[in-house]
Design a binder for this molecule. Structure first.
Ligand SMILES: C[S@@+](CC[C@H](N)C(=O)[O-])C[C@H]1O[C@@H](n2cnc3c(N)ncnc32)[C@H](O)[C@@H]1O
Length: 387
């Protein structure tokens, strides 16, 4: 046992069996690939194999019974703030909303409820979600929280070719498969995955891919330096940009600009797992039952958007974003004697606290064809210069 890792809870029999089935599936895929797959391929299979992957299987994932909590699960005021940005944009652009990677559907419910209050409901709230299991959960959440608005939600299989409106995503980019590179004996290598009797293990190969070589060209040349490249997330931003005819792409996630991400002191990268509210440093821990994630390189996302002809509308910390969207005024409207008020006070601490989500999480907005004033969320602090 790793001495720095506390004893982790063991999964129940059904969950362990599901993980075993996923391991067999990954193992047979590795066998068809001459015994080695890239880490991105492993991560894609571990998270998104239909019926078995972490996001596509039956694991609880979100909330206290799951492995982690995201902002919409902390307080509906989060979605109320996001809706303020969306309402501002829709006023100018018109059109609809697409949420990418909608998780439990809580953010969708919060945004729809707030837009109804503002009398700015779009005709359609599209959801682009990879996981069939989560699509069903999103449907149920909307039916429970905003039944009269649920019919506006539609689940998309692909992005529309000419979309007008707002595309929004919270903690989606960090859940996309990343490649892991390592400097060994003065040369960058690609980290991949092999299977053995004991399970899965890392194995490096010489790096030949031109895109990956270009990505690590400016990383610190420190022996053993290890970090991630998110080519898939960059491609995703480009795909969203190609779809967006007019309007905004609004992404919220944890991460840094490149200078901070690829800092000499961050020599082990940012790849981590989440398992029952523990941070796990072994990405091969209970495949299918452990979330795998890496932080977002916001400079790379900006470059992908810029190359697709989008404007950068704003980049700031989550704390600054939510404060500018009036989260404190929204909280002040609650009855100070209510349980909801106490719950909200605790949520604000997490959402805004410098040592919690307030500074690590960032909000970035790209747009096409907008000329109006800066949207709520980005008026107080502009950190675009860091990208
Ligand atoms: C960490 S969860 C965040 C969920 C939710 N947005 C929240 O804040 O709670 C990541 C979500 O992104 C989805 N996802 C990952 N890659 C995706 C892709 N390429 N297209 C659509 N959804 C994706 C996952 O299935 C999951 O719903």
């Amino acid at each position: 046992m790793n001495p720095s890792q506390p004893q982790l809870p063991t999964p129940d029999i059904a969950a362990a069996a599901s993980s075993d089935a996923l391991c067999r599936h990954i193992r047979s895929h590795i066998a068809t690939q001459d015994g080695w797959i890239s880490f991105a391929d492993y991560m894609r299979m571990a998270l998104y194999t239909p019926g078995l992957g972490y996001y596509s299987g039956g694991a609880a994932k979100f909330g206290t019974a799951g492995d982690f909590i995201t902002a919409p699960g902390l307080s509906p005021l989060f979605g109320g703030c996001v809706a303020a940005t969306i309402a501002h944009v829709l006023q100018e652009s018109g059109g609809n909303i697409i949420e990418v990677g909608a998780g439990t559907g809580q953010l969708a419910a919060q945004i729809l409820a707030e837009l109804e209050r503002l009398e700015q409901l779009p005709a359609q709230y599209g959801i682009l979600e990879l996981s069939g299991e989560l699509r069903e959960r999103q449907r149920q959440t909307l039916q429970t929280l905003v039944p009269h608005l649920a019919e506006r939600a539609v689940w998309l299989d692909t992005l529309p070719t000419e979309f007008v409106g707002v595309i929004v995503g919270n903690e989606v980019l960090d859940a996309m498969p990343c490649e892991v590179l390592q400097l060994v004996d003065g040369a960058w290598q690609q980290r991949g995955v092999v299977a053995s009797e004991e399970g899965f293990a890392w194995q490096n190969r010489p790096l030949h891919d031109a895109n990956l070589l270009a990505a690590c060209a400016r990383w610190p040349q420190i022996p053993g330096y290890t970090s991630e490249v998110q080519l898939e997330a960059q491609g995703f931003i480009a795909a969203l940009a190609n779809s967006l005819q007019r309007g905004m792409i609004l992404m919220l996630d944890y991460g840094f600009p490149a200078g901070e991400f690829y800092h000499p002191e961050r020599s082990m990268g940012t790849l981590i797992g989440h398992y029952r509210h523990h941070t796990v440093h072994d990405p091969f821990h209970w495949p299918g039952l452990t979330d795998i994630t890496c932080h977002v390189d916001f400079s790379a996302m900006y470059q992908a958007a810029d190359q697709s002809g989008l404007c950068l509308d704003g980049y700031t910390s989550q704390a600054s974003y939510l404060l500018d969207c009036g989260i404190l005024d929204r909280a002040a409207q609650l009855d100070s004697q209510s349980v909801e008020y106490l719950r909200t006070a605790a949520a604000l601490q997490k959402l805004l606290g410098h040592a919690e989500m307030g500074e690590l999480f960032k909000v970035i907005a790209f747009s096409r064809g907008l000329e109006g004033a800066t949207a709520p969320g980005f008026r107080a602090q502009d950190r675009s210069g860091e990208l």
